[in-house]
Write a protein that binds this ligand. Structure first.
Ligand code: PEP
Ligand code: MG
Length: 841
């Protein structure tokens, strides 16, 4: 076998050394920065990734040069230094160089016990990480004077050789084992899961030990200057006398630096050293432009800084830290914007299960709407409403939800369904309401009649039992979990204002009700991009009139029912326009199949027969006649507008009259009217003719003018393909990517949840296409539609209003395709604003 040449390349970490993150890793670079700040960093050298790789490949290690750098005396440590701290790395090894001779010397200066402890620690670390002995070997070891001897003996028994005494050999073996550990399969998989590329390399840092043990004040610890959960300025940390490494973090008897009622803090014991540490923190913050956690050691009253890492932080702390740094002029505003991950924002808008608390998971499903809530279990919308009336928070559990559950959902604190996917009814409504929601929890056994559910592990939960639903993680938890409140504070608003200054695509909200519109305003949406008007018809009083309208078989009866709906709709729109104060409002005409408004149970049908004063048999027959085999592809959307035009007429009249009313109240609007589920130009022509005529009628009657825009929702593949001719009659096209995805794949948005996991796991789809826009297929239809539409009409406004509208990836796609705006659930507006800013920077 060929003998490799020994490798000896390393760099001393000095202010002027050639050290870069890419070659020597983040730790080496960070230490150099600390050295440049004049902090007391112990002597260190950095081995570049090329050296470490060569060592792993079998090159010998020429360590004498490294050891010469430290001279004869100090022990040394080796620490991992990958390019990114998140990628982990092999365990740090401390106290290299420890042997019988040094032990004797240390025993004289520091006492027998301290010398034993250090040597024992090194023997154990070396045995486990370098000689690869099973940690169990030291299980029987009793702390005390004999432990060191016993450990040395165990080592010899297991390896058939005495513990190595030569520091050069010790160091060479440590370097070799760390280099190889990095190449191991489990380390590779672990770091790849954290986003490391295949070729991610490891640098190593060799550092002189600052002991943390001694006669005077000695110990080690960490200190940080902000609270890692809230990001508020607050000094916390841990310090443990006569300790080293991360001992202080492991022990429960750590002496807290401050704010700990249990005992004297470092601040009490050594106020000067404490003040110096605080000064170092401030220096790091301004010069490294980051909130750092400092790892330090004190040896006989001398302070050493071993390391500094970014303070680990929650999403809310991350945002607060970035904004505070920008406000203090340490980083530019744009950089603060870029430092906050858009997806992390959803954590701030809702209550969250506190990650530090215990979790007793009952069931898992699809995380359909973020946030968390605790409440009693209820199994029907009626029970949810009853609970809300008693002022009791409840979690509504259904097999799946239907439009008639809307009021129950309004009353619930969270919703759990056994079936469904990302765009099922429950998921869409819950996101709109900002309710935590988990759908497709198919491992649950739900027994709505006996009002109980059985978890996969056999536990049974009944109506009234307290559970917590975590819609961010897609889990139901037993009992009341510990919670963190939402964090819509000043920092949040300021960061988003900075984001708005740079983004170049609009962000509107999908909002159906005044409450949604208020939320949209709160999150500073630039208008409503989709108002699904059918959601206005589910309130008890309206539902009855709606059903009368559906049951009318004579045109006169239908006209009478619609005449009663007209003022209600008009009032809805007046209210929406008022809340939106002149911002654009895009109203979609009635879309769902009519039978969705009919009762689903026999009891409901009986009540309806009573309300309509018709025989039950007739009501049942009519309901059956409206039933369709495939309602999502049936009489819905513009097809209703063509076949039963009176419904759209009523809606258009309500919109125009509300427009006039708003102008009278001093808040003029230009309403946008949108026709759903179009597949042919002629459909648009037919609807447009009637709407234009209605506008003329309202204008004449009122003796006042107004403007409006008419547009088309592109949610069938044919509408995308024929966008060129459709755009002749449309001022705008809005892509409804929920239906467009459903129809492009021929995949039911309500049933796909059942097999979606398998499909994604087997790599058929890279992601759930209802969740992540399929840019290859559906995306191509978007591009075709946009291009053909704009060829007909240069000033055609383009947007997306399906659930994808809030996804950073979809926003990127739409922005590149030249869209004017995206529209998404109100609760996703902040994320969309920030994501759009990231794309523009
Ligand atoms: C769509 O289909 O993308 C859409 C926005 O409409 P809905 O979800 O109401 O069908
Ligand atoms: Mg649709």
């Amino acid at each position: 076998m060929q003998k490799h040449d020994p490798i000896a390349e390393f760099a001393r970490i000095t202010p002027s050394a050639q050290i870069a993150t890419a070659t020597h890793g983040w730790r080496a670079k960070c230490l150099q920065r600390l050295v440049r700040l004049d902090l007391p960093v112990p002597k260190s050298v950095a081995l570049p990734a090329s050296t470490v790789r060569a060592i792993a490949a079998g090159h010998g290690v020429e360590v004498q040069g490294i050891l010469d750098h430290f001279g004869d005396g100090p022990l040394i440590s080796v620490r991992p230094s990958p390019a990114n701290p998140d990628w982990g790395g092999p365990a740090t090894i401390l106290n290299i160089g420890m042997n019988a001779k040094r032990h004797a010397r240390l025993a004289e200066t520091h006492g027998e016990a301290a010398a034993d402890a250090l040597y024992l620690r090194f023997v154990q670390a070396y045995a486990i990480h370098v000689a690869r002995l099973d940690p169990d070997v030291f299980d029987g070891l009793k702390p005390g004077p004999g432990a060191l001897k016993e450990a040395l003996r165990d080592y010899e028994v297991e390896t058939d050789e005495p513990f190595p005494q030569d520091p050069a050999r010790q160091l060479a073996e440590v370097l070799r084992s760390m280099a190889r550990a990095w190449e191991g399969t489990s380390a590779r998989l672990l770091r790849q899961a954290k986003g490391a590329p295949d070729e991610a390399a490891l640098g190593l840092v060799v550092q002189e030990m600052a002991q943390g043990i001694g006669q005077g004040i000695s110990g080690s610890g960490v200190i940080q200057f902000v609270d890692p959960v809230t990001g508020q300025p607050q000094i916390t940390g841990r310090y443990l006398g006569q300790s080293q490494g991360r001992d202080a973090l492991k022990t429960t008897e750590a002496l807290y630096l401050t704010h700990d009622p249990r005992g004297p803090s470092l601040e009490d014991v050594a106020p000067d050293l404490f003040a110096t540490l605080v000064e170092y923190g401030a220096t790091c913050r301004t010069r490294l432009r980051e909130e750092m956690q400092i790892e330090f050691t004190i040896e006989d009253g001398r302070l050493a800084v071993l390391d500094a890492v970014k303070v680990p932080r929650s999403a809310r702390a991350g945002l607060r830290i970035a904004v505070a740094l920008a406000e203090d002029g340490i980083i530019p505003k744009d950089e603060a914007v870029l430092r906050v991950e858009p997806r992390a924002l959803s954590e701030l808008l809702h209550h969250q299960v506190d990650p530090r608390g215990p979790r007793d998971v009952i069931a898992r499903g699809i995380a359909a709407s973020p946030g968390a809530a605790t409440g009693i279990l209820v199994f029907s919308s009626a029970a949810a409403q009853a609970a809300a009336a008693r002022g009791e928070a409840c979690i509504l559990v259904r097999r799946e939800t239907a439009p008639e559950d809307i009021r129950g959902m309004h009353s619930a604190a969270a919703v759990l369904t056994e079936r469904g996917g990302m765009t099922s009814h429950a998921a869409v409504i819950a996101r709109g309401l900002g309710l935590p929601c988990v759908v497709g929890a198919s491992d649950l056994r739900l027994d709505a009649r006996d009002r109980k559910l059985t978890a996969p592990d056999g536990r049974v939960f009944r109506e009234g039992d307290v559970v917590t639903l975590d819609g961010s993680k897609g889990e139901a938890l037993a009992g009341a979990a510990e919670m963190l409140p939402p964090a819509l504070d000043d920092s949040f608003r300021r960061l988003l204002a900075w984001a708005d200054e740079v983004r170049d695509i609009g962000v509107r909200a999908n909002a159906d009700t005044p409450a949604d519109a208020e939320t949209a305003r709160k999150f500073e949406a630039e208008g409503i991009g989709l108002c699904r008007t059918e959601h206005m018809f589910f309130d008890e009083d309206r539902l009855v009139v709606m059903r009368e309208m559906i049951f009318a078989d004579a045109p006169g009866d239908r006209a009478a029912a619609l005449a009663r709906l007209l003022p209600m709709q008009r009032a809805d729109f007046v209210q929406l326009f008022e809340i939106m104060q002149g911002l654009p409002v895009c109203i979609r005409l009635f879309d769902p199949p009519l039978h969705e408004f009919l009762p689903q149970t026999r009891e409901g049908l009986r009540e309806l027969a009573e309300a309509l004063d018709r025989p039950l048999s007739e009501v049942t027959r009519r309901a059956e006649a409206l039933t369709e085999v495939n309602p999502m592809l049936g009489m819905r959307g513009v097809r209703l507008g063509v076949v039963l035009p009176e419904i759209y007429d009523m809606q258009a009249q309500a919109i125009f009259e509300a427009t006039l009313e708003s102008a009278r109240r001093g808040a003029p609007v230009v309403p946008e009217i949108m026709i759903p589920l179009v597949s042919a130009r002629r459909e648009v022509e037919l609807v447009k003719t009637r709407i234009d005529a209605l506008a003329a009628m309202v204008r004449t009657r009122a003796g006042a003018g107004f403007d409006y825009k008419l547009g088309v929702m592109v949610e069938t593949p044919r509408a995308a393909l024929r966008a060129g001719e459709i755009a002749q009659h449309a001022a705008f096209l809005s892509f409804g990517t929920n239906d467009l995805t459903q129809m492009t794949y021929g995949l039911s948005r309500d049933d796909a949840g059942r097999f979606m996991n398998t499909y994604v796991r087997q790599g058929v789809f890279p992601e759930d296409p209802f969740h992540m826009l399929d840019v290859d297929g559906v995306g191509e239809l978007l591009l075709i539609g946009a291009e053909r539409g704009r060829r007909t009409r240069k000033d055609l406004t383009l947007s997306i209003c399906g659930e994808h509208g809030g996804n950073p990836e979809s926003i990127d796609f739409c922005r590149r395709a030249g869209f004017d705006y995206v529209s998404c659930s109100p609760y996703r507006v902040p994320m969309a604003r920030l994501a759009a800013a990231h794309l523009a920077l």
